[in-house]
Design a protein around this ligand. Structure first.
Ligand SMILES: [Zn+2]
Length: 63
């Protein structure tokens, strides 16, 4: 499991668990299997350990 630096997620608002309302913690990311310039972020609830996979668009340029 990769370690995610906090700076990579500063543009994202904190996610809340849809099951229990607990804070979702980012636990991993991977390239989208079919969509270019898209990552899949995996979150885990800190309270009930429910999982959420969230696709995000990657900016074309990262200057
Ligand atoms: Zn939860």
């Amino acid at each position: 499991m990769k370690h995610i630096e906090p700076k990579e997620t500063t543009s994202l608002a904190p996610l809340l668990c849809q099951r229990c309302g607990g804070l979702m913690r980012l636990i991993g990311s991977e390239p989208h299997p079919t969509e270019a310039k898209t990552d899949l972020l995996t979150y885990s609830c800190t309270a009930c350990e429910d999982f959420l996979v969230l696709p995000i668009s990657i900016p074309a340029t990262n200057a």
